[in-house]
Design a protein around this ligand. Structure first.
Ligand code: GAF
Length: 366
């Protein structure tokens, strides 16, 4: 579905549920991350790409009552009624409530808000469905109340919603890619300075995204444990962020206790791979980019320990079927694998994956 079709669909869902037209609609895309996993909360580099046709649309109108946010998901056909004073409760409407409140708390207290959402992003696919919901909600609320909506500022606000309201200690990659990225174009981002630049596509090659069928849930413990391990490694090494470390620190890193040595090795390795990946994209070197993806998957599996047997098997089969590179993408513990495939081989490659992995689903080719 195009952005325009998703906006039309959410307006229809709003009308069907609330009985009138929305005052405003907004859309934000999901993302696939091509290189640089778990580097963002360590002040490192990332290389995500906002997705074409996979995202979240939000429709808003005033009412039903002061202080109330009535949230309707047209995708789930479910309603959740929330109050402005509510804390996060582990529900899908947390992302909506937190974002609307961040942009327009005073206005919600005065008039309340009716919100509908429609998503084409499967939850738990590692493609940033929550960031897209936050960014779309912030854009919609900014539009409704005539507030500024600078994309970098929206990304910062969305991350704050996730960190402070939802309670998920993520970095800024997902929200930045959703708010600032252009669908279909890779975006190189320095998460420490927020300097960013679009990266060129690889001629005659495509990225294919395959959902492994194992849905991850980042609010579970694993992600926060990795963030805490990185913090512990920083404390042990006397640095603010792992990206402060350089080649001269190799011996000190290897002397860290398990698993802090592995975690640090992964973060610094993926950080370097992201820089090299940018150079490979700029040079049009698909083979090199593929090698970096392969190394990144191995590092996620062996050092960061965030892959699952299904994504390991998919990444391996992807290569056996002729992909130049393949890796698990996103927060980890399942979700999607992204593979780099020569354009002429994409159809056969997809057929091979579909035969070998009935539980997997090809979500998009970009
Ligand atoms: C999740 C987080 F939300 C991101 O901030 C990032 O850390 C990613 O996992 C791993 O690279 O998507």
């Amino acid at each position: 579905m195009s952005d325009r079709e998703q906006l039309a669909a959410v307006a229809i869902a709003y009308r069907a549920h609330f009985g009138g037209d929305p005052e405003v609609t907004a859309y934000a895309p999901g993302r696939v991350n091509l290189l640089g996993e778990h580097t963002d909360y360590n002040g490192g580099y990332v290389l995500p790409m906002a997705l074409n046709g996979l995202g979240v649309a939000v429709a808003l109108g005033r009412g039903p009552a002061p202080g109330v946010v009535e949230a309707y998901s047209g995708s789930l056909d479910a309603t959740e009624t929330r109050h402005i004073g509510d804390a996060a409760e582990g529900r899908w409407s947390d992302y909506l409530l937190g974002s609307l409140k961040a942009m327009a708390e005073a206005e919600i207290r005065e008039t309340g808000l009716s919100a509908a959402l429609m998503t084409t992003l499967p939850m738990g696919a590692g493609l940033s469905s929550s960031a897209a919901l936050e960014v779309a909600s912030l854009r919609a609320a900014a539009g409704l109340f005539g507030k500024p909506a600078c994309p970098v500022e929206i990304a910062r606000m969305a991350r704050a919603v996730e960190n402070e309201f939802v309670g998920m200690p993520c970095g800024i990659m997902d929200q930045f890619a959703s708010s600032v990225g252009r669908p279909g174009e890779a975006l190189f981002l320095n998460t420490r300075t927020l300097e960013h630049a679009p990266a060129p596509a690889l001629p005659a090659h495509r990225f294919v995204i395959v959902h492994s069928g194992v849905s991850h849930q980042l609010t579970e413990d694993g992600y926060a444990t990795r963030v805490a391990e990185c913090r512990a490694a920083c404390d042990a090494l006397g640095v603010d962020m792992l990206s402060d470390l350089g080649p001269a620190d190799g011996t000190r890193i290897e002397a860290l206790p398990e698993p802090l040595n592995r975690r640090t090795r992964h973060v610094l390795g993926d950080n370097n791979r992201t820089l090299h990946g940018l150079a490979a994209l700029r040079a049009g070197d698909a083979a090199e980019f593929g090698r970096l993806m392969i190394d990144s998957h191995a590092s996620q599996r062996d050092d960061y320990q965030i892959t699952v047997p299904q994504t390991d098997a998919l990444a391996e089969a992807a290569l056996a079927l002729g992909a130049l590179g393949a890796r698990q993408t996103g927060g980890g513990w399942g979700g999607s694998v992204v593979a780099l495939v020569a354009e002429t081989r994409v159809d056969g490659w997809i057929a091979g994956i579909s035969r070998g992995f009935p539980a997997a689903r090809v979500l998009t080719v970009t």
